[in-house]
Design a protein around this ligand. Sequence first.
Ligand code: GLA
Length: 335
Amino acid sequence: MNNGIKSLKEIYRDYFPIGAAVAVEDLCDEGQKNLLLEHFNSLTAENAMKFERIHPEEKNFVFENSDKIVEFAIKNNMKIRGHTFVWHNQTPDWVFKDNSGNRVSRELLIERLRLHINALCEHYRGKVYAWDVVNEAVEDKEDHLFRESEWYQIIGEEYIELAFRIAREADPYAQLYYNDYNNEKPYKLEKTYKLLKELLDKGTPIDGIGIQGHWDIHDSELFDNLKRAIELYASLGIKIQITELDVSMFAFNDHRRDIVAPSREMLEVQAQVYKKLFEIFRSYKDVITSVTFWGISDKHTWKDNFPVKNRKDWPLLFDEEQKPKPAFFSVTDFN
Ligand code: GLA
């Protein structure tokens, strides 16, 4: 309890760890840092462990920023989720090119995948307890299961299984997750379930699924979709983590720019959405093993640039002044 405000991580102590995605800059901002220390007991590097940041050139690993985040977490008794080895985004071009600038061969790409995962696992063994091994491999378009990423085009669908097997060998104690967005929505749930089932049936070492949770206050089907998804994924015998939670004030196709501050009503609707989400998370605490927000406070959120560039959004529990919003109280007052 600080200034009469309850601590999120304390309230959820018997449920699941509460995480936040952080940038190194957050650790230098007193307000952000204090919120982390008071309310969160798990961290994800927002960008610092992504391929382009941590392995920008073939022979060059840059661990500096992610090490700072990891050291901060360890010093303050926080868990660390690793994010992410294999993704179609934020992966440098060199990965997919050979020395003559042509498309890399399948064999060489698999070798690079192995070297990358081995190096990160070795560096963070015993520190990172869970890795998002593969991120966003399922296609959004109907009738297609796999996203046509370069990983897929060059290696084939086997890249997913390979990544998990390499990771398990490199760190037998880390939990391994498949992470994606919209994977609670029916169109993607079916595909993801099928993919995971096939992989698990082949003995692929997948411990859990990450439901990113980039949601908004206007999705009336969210709660039913989410419950159905949790039950279906749990039926595979795997763990579930909410890995990138935020609840935008804007529906995805709403590109308005004229809202400069959230109205009282918007804040109230957001609080109700968060309240129902956390009711669902609590009721599935046996399978949900972590809930991580994609940010700390509205002072710094990727939603300020997505899907509309340079438009302020307010998707988190703390406002731009780092004060608790109605949504904070709606998820902490439940007894
Ligand atoms: C995806 C990725 C995250 C992050 C967000 C936006 O969900 O998994 O790493 O890039 O987009 O910040």
